[in-house]
Design a protein around this ligand. Structure first.
Ligand code: PEP
Length: 255
């Protein structure tokens, strides 16, 4: 039985005060949740204050990116040992906005994933097709290439630690959600691919989140699909109420 994982990707949002208010509300309202792993991924600058609010809570802390080198002349970058040093546990890697605006390639995703794993961070590796690829029936090909690239050279033991987020790019921040059937089909495909690349055990134990305009109104149906193990949530994670609603829906399903 896979434990669902729901992560909030705050993207480039929330001042220090807004961040503290938001995580304080989450901590106070979600302190009884054990059925679901909960993670928030703020911007780098507020990671330390958010970390302090979340101390001894059931909410994990994630970053939104990580560089592959540990230290050195890499102006503007943040590395895995530095994130680990301030208590970060998870890191989003290969988000479609990084791929689209910052030229992120599958090779970079692979290097970031290896660096995160080497320092004990849990990578949340994002994959997903753009609308034109879906319309040309290339979704499975694109997902296969992204997965093979992202996970190249990883051992079975390393794969066991990874979370995958399937995020159709056309559904991110657009209000368009993949239907539960469309999402399930790709999640099942990823599981089948992992069985071929690794083994059946990895394929059945790895958690695959869905991301793309998830909100309380659609989350229950998405997360009731057999191969969907939680959500990576953007817009609806910026306010306490909808994010809590998504988590509560998932808890009801898990009971
Ligand atoms: C995301 O940023 O990963 C995301 C899925 O955003 P949204 O929920 O706003 O579509």
């Amino acid at each position: 039985m896979r434990k669902p994982i729901i992560a909030g990707n705050w993207k480039l949002n929330n001042t220090e005060k807004e961040a503290v208010d938001l995580v304080t509300a989450l901590r106070n309202n979600l302190n009884n949740v054990t059925e679901v792993d909960i993670v928030v991924c703020p911007v780098f600058t507020v990671l330390p204050v958010v970390h302090d609010v979340l101390l001894e809570s059931n909410i994990g802390l994630g970053a939104q990116n990580v560089f592959w080198e540990d230290f050195g002349a890499f102006t503007g970058e943040i590395s895995a040992p530095l994130l680990k040093d301030i208590g970060v546990q998870y890191v989003i890697i290969g988000h479609s906005e990084r791929r689209q605006y910052f030229g992120e390639t599958d090779e970079m995703v692979n290097k970031r994933t290896k660096a995160a794993l080497a320092h004990g961070l849990i990578p949340i590796v994002c994959v997903g097709e753009v609308l034109a690829q879906r319309e040309e029936n290339k979704t499975f090909d694109v997902i296969q290439i992204q997965c093979e690239g992202a996970f190249a050279g990883l051992t079975v033991a390393e794969m066991e630690k990874i979370v995958i987020a399937y995020e159709p790019v056309w559904a991110i921040g657009t209000g368009k959600t993949a239907t539960p059937g469309q999402a399930q089909e790709v999640h099942k495909f990823i599981r089948g691919l992992l069985a071929k690349l690794y083994d059946e055990n990895i394929s059945q134990t790895i958690r695959i989140q869905y991301g793309g305009s998830v909100k309380p109104e659609n989350s229950a149906e998405l997360m009731s699909q057999p191969d969907i193990d939680g959500a990576l949530v953007g817009g609806a994670s910026l306010k306490a109420e909808p994010f809590i609603g998504i988590i509560q829906n998932s808890c009801s399903l898990a009971q």
